[in-house]
Design a protein around this ligand. Structure first.
Ligand code: DP6
Length: 337
């Protein structure tokens, strides 16, 4: 039997139009469309080895044996990829070259890399849309990291729960050379993860129906602004998307508040930057860090001003980047750690 092993690499993404909430019919289908930028410079590298002689699945995260819950989530993806018949156990070794607590969702790059490595190692050889669909079933934002550049994930149709739902590219990384400055505002773990946070929002926030209604139009504005490289249009629409998402979560009972004081200070600083004529926009995910997008021209000044905001511990820099790819054996060092 051919060696059933493969290694793949994928990158995190940041949503400019937010996914928050799932359709009720199941299958981890987003209730709203989303659009993100896949980032260069940070990667998850994952090796999958199917081996019938193993007693059970085994997951190593940055060299440490993972807990049962994480291993079970990985196993669900391996099951979804496996072509037919009984799947042999697998050893999965995953390595992030960016700190997991950096405020950049590592599940997106992790499940995109895992889907591609598992697809190759199992012989399933899924195409990009099928990989994205499989990754989406485990973590919806991971569906977008299969592709590079600007990527959208449509909302699921509540009436068609069995249909595949994949992300699709909107524009290449080269379409718009945006720059990202991530303001890290805390080293603490976030109080509630995105899956639990959005489910709690959906079941208790009186603003959730309004979010479902507003999100498709906001998404379309984000999409048009990206396609026409309209920075001020993107700033208005992307900030509106993030603020509506967080407003809906704040109205949950009990409230979900991901921000701290520095989060708010960075957002205010970004608005001042725009008043001063700089291209800068903020977005915030399920945590207290602020992701500030800017242009090549304004990057240095925006980064300087973000780093100066009281409460910002450090900044991380990124730019649009490529989708998931398979690594050749000689490129694989580092995944084995
Ligand atoms: C705030 O993809 O982590 O980052 O599908 O439950 O795994 P699950 O959720 P996840 O949610 C990401 C939420 C977000 C916004 C976004 O990336 O669109």
């Amino acid at each position: 039997m051919a060696s059933m092993t493969a290694t793949a690499q994928a990158h995190p993404n940041i949503a400019l139009s937010k996914y928050w909430g799932k359709v009720a019919s199941g299958g981890n289908r987003p209730a709203v469309p989303s659009l993100s930028v896949t980032l260069a410079g940070m990667a998850t590298t994952t090796t999958v080895r199917f081996d019938a002689s193993l007693a059970a699945d085994r997951l190593m995260l940055d060299g440490i044996l993972a807990a049962e819950r994480e291993t079970a989530r990985v196993a669900r993806l391996l099951d979804a990829v496996w072509p037919s018949g009984t799947r042999p156990p697998a050893e999965v070794m995953s390595h992030n070259d960016f700190p997991t607590a950096a405020g950049l969702a590592s599940s997106a790059s992790a499940f995109a890399a895992l889907a591609l490595a598992a697809s190759e190692a199992s012989g399933a050889r899924l195409d990009a849309a099928a990989l994205s669909d499989v990754a989406r079933q485990i973590s919806a934002s991971a569906a977008r990291s299969v592709f590079g550049g600007f990527v959208e994930l449509p909302a699921g149709d509540p009436a068609a729960s069995a249909q595949p739902l994949a992300a699709r590219p909107v524009a290449t990384a080269g379409h718009w050379d945006l720059r990202l400055v991530v303001a890290i505002t805390s080293e603490q773990r976030k109080p509630i993860g995105s899956t639990a946070g959005m489910n709690h929002t959906a079941s208790t926030s009186p603003l959730y129906p309004a979010w479902l209604q507003a999100a498709p139009d906001i998404h379309e504005r984000v999409r048009q602004a990206v396609l026409s490289r309209d920075f001020s249009g993107l700033a208005r629409a992307a900030e509106h998307s993030a603020l509506c998402m967080h407003g809906t979560a704040l109205a949950a009972e009990p409230a979900i508040a991901y921000w701290n004081g520095a989060t708010v200070e960075v957002m205010r600083a970004v608005r001042r930057m725009r008043q001063d004529g700089l291209d800068a926009l903020f977005t915030v995910d399920a945590g207290p860090h602020v992701k500030v997008f800017t242009t090549v021209e304004d990057r240095a000044e925006v980064a300087r001003r973000v780093a100066r905001v009281p409460g910002v511990l450090r900044t991380i820099h990124a730019r649009p980047g490529p989708g998931a790819r398979l690594l050749e054996p000689d490129e694989c060092r580092g995944a084995e750690r």
